[in-house]
Write a protein that binds this ligand. Sequence first.
Ligand SMILES: [Mg+2]
Length: 386
Amino acid sequence: MVSTVAWPGFHAWSLLRKHPVGDPPTNQSTKGPRKIIHIDMDAFYASVEQRDNAELRGRPVAVGGSEARGVVAAASYEARKFGVHSAMPSVTAKRKCPDLIFVKPRFDVYKAVSAQIWEIFAEYTPLIEPLSLDEAYLDVTENLKGMAVATEIALEIRAKIKAATHLNASAGISYNKFLAKMASDLNKPNGQAVITPKNGPAFVAALPVKKFHGVGPATAEKMHRLGIETGADLREKDIEFLVRHFGKSGPYFFGIARGIDERQVKPDRVRKSVGAEDTFAEDLHAYEPALVGLKPLIAKVWRYCEANQITGKTVTLKVKYADFTQITRARTIGHGFRSPQEVEESICSLLGAVFPISKGIRLLGVTLSSLEPLADTPVEQLAFRL
Ligand SMILES: [Mg+2]
C-alpha cells in the first residue's frame, strides 16, 4: 500500500459489531448495494507506444530505460509472455526476452490520453477517483445517465474509450472498491467481470491473499508465515489477531476477508503525501541492512509518483525501534525530487545521522510531501534515470 492515507477500516469494525461474523456483506445505505466500476487500461504505456508506432505492434515492448540501472515501467502483452513485467530491472527483462524493444516513456502523451478517458468517465458520474493515469474507480450507483445496470455502463465506457483513443480498457464491476479492483483483472485484456453481493464472499475465500489489492509482497510474506494463504484463511482470524499483526490495516483485512469494504469513491482527493513503510522480520542493527531495507520503499514511492506524475520537495525518514518508540527526520530541497536516486541520496544522509543506535530497528518508512507536478522535469532526463 503506497499511501500514508490510512485504510478507513474501522468502518468494517463498527459494521461487524452490528452484523456478527458470518453474515453476508451488507450495505448500510437503505438504497441497496453500491455500484462501483474499476476501469483499468490494458498495458497502458506500452499500448500507447504500439498504437503510435506500427513497428512496435505485435512485438515485445518495454517502456523504460534499457541502461544498467533501468527499470521496466510497462510491458506489452507480447513481452509479458516471456515473464517481463513492470518494476522489473531492465537487465532481467532483457535476459528473459532477448528481443525486447525498449521505448522511452512519453508521459505528456499518456497524460493527454488520461484526460480523454476522464472526460468519458465524467459523462456518467462526478464520483471519479483516480488511482494513476490509467486507472480509476467510478461510483455509478446514481449516475448521470440514469442507467440501472452498471455492467452496461462499463461496456459503454470501454467502447467510448476504444473509439476515442484506439486503446483497450478492462473493467471490474462490484458493490465495493476492493472487489471492483479485483474483478477488473479477471477478464483482462479487453474484458470485464462482475462480482455480485451473492458471490463476493466465495470469490474472496478462494483468492490467494498475495493477489489482494492492499497486500504487498512484504505483507503477503508475513501472512504466509502466519499460515494465511487464501481469503478463507484470513477469514478465520479474529480482529484482535489482525490488529496485533497488521496494525491499522487489520480492520481492513478483516472486512475484505468477508467481501466488505466500506471505503467511499473519493473524487478530487487531494493527496498531501506519498509514503511506504515496512516492518522487518527481524530487527535491524546496522546502517547497511537499514539502507537495503529502505531501497524498495524508495522504489515503491517513486513508482507511485511516476504513475501519478507528482513529486515532492520534502522527504521524511521514519524509524520505529524495537521498543516501539519512533523518530522522524526530514529534509526539504529547493525543488521537487527528480529521480529515485535523488531521494536515496537524501535518505542516506538522514539515515546516517540516526546512527549509532542503541536499540534495534523494527520498521522503516519513506514519505514524500510538499507535492508538486513531476511535469516540470524534462522527460528526456527522466527517461535516462528510470
Ligand atoms: Mg493498467
